[in-house]
Design a protein around this ligand. Structure first.
Ligand code: UD1
Ligand code: CA
Length: 449
């Protein structure tokens, strides 16, 4: 039997933030979700998350995980006090309890599996994950013999100068025999520098306490403040880029680009410098992204190129060229072979195959057919001051430079709109529409006369 408990009730004071610590994000994923994900493959019988400070937000953030039970810790009186809350919940439980701090986001699932299997094969009362850190400040120090038997853990703030020299640190990941821990939990005191009930004090009261040192010490980085958050972000970005490079993605100047945890790439994608992928993205084969582009919650099919542009919440089909300097806002859908050029903004619009908006346009709330040419400076006036209205343009139509299309408007197929027209009335198929005054040219005229 296995139960998992993630500690996520703490105030996170050192973060100086209105957002609860475990909901801070790295590579677009909350610390709590990172910790939950690192437990995948364990198949626990119970999954518990201990919440307290800003518990409503924390519960909402993982409400899609129906298998998770929430346990409330009120007030938050330390990590030992947090685990004490499990006593009534795990009343009849007889198995192992894996406890993880909710602020240790870079653990790999293989490390946790190793800890669990070593714990079981060595029949320990508790097995703890440790690391030797070059700068162990802030972490609990683990005092252990050469066989890995742990005598005790002393918190940084309770260590003497001599004890602080020990660089073997507590990662905040523990596997307990629940029945043994339960007896010890009740006896914990808060006689320490922080007047809190420490889970780490339970170790010295258990018979067999064993420590397992991680092979990659970066996995145990804890996040207490924004500096540690940013360090974990850097480490995760590096991991993600390394992973995707091994899958065939080419990064030019990798350290200048960032990608979210929830971005997937096809083959032969190139990512040029200063290009950022946020949220959930699916990037098709042979896409060429950047330099200097931001792509968020977007699906790109094969062979899309995006240059110096921003694309959000959009779906872009094959062979589309975007940029330089385009802004594709939420709800943009472009079919194959479209071309979007410089200083073009598109919002909540569907553009069918081979349609081009090459220069200086605003296209909002539009349905545009195949092979339409939107002339330079065409603007859809979609907002009347209170409501948004739609513009429909049929296939093979052309709008002249500097046309204004005042919505709601229905422009037929194979229509030509003369340059400089302000169109306010629907145009049937196969028509030419021009709305402008005739040009007056006064010959032999001079302002000096
Ligand atoms: C803790 C460990 C320390 C270890 C370090 C690893 C203790 C006493 N110390 O210190 O040995 O080296 O983690 O990162 O355990 N929490 C609650 N309820 C509370 C207090 C905290 O749920 O009352 C949660 C927090 O939300 C957090 C986790 O427990 O996710 C750890 O708490 P934190 O205050 O960050 O402990 P550290 O000082 O980092
Ligand atoms: Ca911490």
């Amino acid at each position: 039997m296995l139960a998992i408990a993630i500690l996520a009730a703490g105030k996170g004071t050192r973060m100086h933030s209105d957002i609860p610590k475990v909901l801070q994000k790295i590579a677009g994923t909350t610390l709590l979700e990172m910790v939950i994900n690192s437990c995948r493959g364990l198949r626990p019988d119970r999954s518990l998350v201990i919440v307290g400070h800003q518990s409503k937000q924390i519960k909402e953030s993982i409400s899609y995980r129906k298998d998770i039970e929430f346990v409330t810790q009120e007030p938050q009186n330390g990590t030992g006090h947090a685990v004490q809350q499990l006593i009534p919940i795990l009343k009849d439980f007889d198995g192992d309890l894996l406890v993880l701090n909710g602020d240790v986001p870079l653990l790999s699932s293989s490390t946790i599996l190793e800890l669990l299997s070593s714990h079981r094969s060595r029949k320990a009362d508790v097995s703890i994950l440790t690391a030797r850190l070059p700068a162990p400040d802030g972490y609990g120090r683990v005092f252990s013999d050469n066989e890995g038997n742990v005598d005790r853990i002393i918190e940084d703030r309770d260590c003497t100068e001599e004890e602080k020299k020990n660089d073997l640190t507590n990662a905040g990941v523990y596997c307990f025999k629940w029945k043994r821990l339960k007896d010890v939990l009740q006896k914990l005191s808060s006689n320490n520098a922080q007047n809190e009930v420490y889970l780490t004090d339970s170790i010295q009261n258990l018979c067999t306490a064993i420590q397992i040192e991680v092979s990659d010490s970066t996995e145990v980085n804890g996040v207490n403040d924004k500096q540690q958050l940013s360090k974990c972000e850097d480490l995760l970005q590096e991991r993600l880029r390394t992973y995707w490079m091994k899958q065939g993605v080419k990064f030019i100047s990798p350290n200048t680009s960032t990608i979210s945890n929830k971005t997937r790439f096809g083959k032969d994608v190139t990512i040029e410098p200063a290009t950022h992928l946020r949220g959930e993205n699916i990037i098709g084969d042979n896409c060429h992204l950047g330099p200097s582009s931001l792509i968020e919650n977007t699906e790109l099919k094969a062979n899309v190129s995006i240059l110096y542009s921003v694309v959000k919440d959009s779906i872009i089909h094959e062979n589309v060229q975007i940029g330089p300097f385009s802004h594709l806002r939420p709800g943009t859908k472009l079919k194959n072979d479209c071309k979007i050029g410089n200083f073009v903004e598109i919002k909540k619009s569907n553009l069918d195959e081979s349609t081009k908006v090459n220069h200086l346009s605003y296209i909002g709330d539009c349905e545009i057919g195949k092979a339409v040419n939107i002339g330079a400076g065409t603007i859809t006036a979609n907002f009347d001051g209170s409501n948004k209205h739609q513009t429909i343009i049929g296939k093979n139509s052309k709008t002249g430079a500097n046309s204004v299309l005042v919505a709601p408007l229905n422009v037929g197929d194979r229509v030509t709109i003369g340059a400089g027209s302000t169109i306010t009335q629907d145009i049937p198929n196969d028509s030419l529409a021009i709305e402008r005054s005739n040009q007056v040219t006064k010959k032999k005229w001079s302002s000096e006369d």
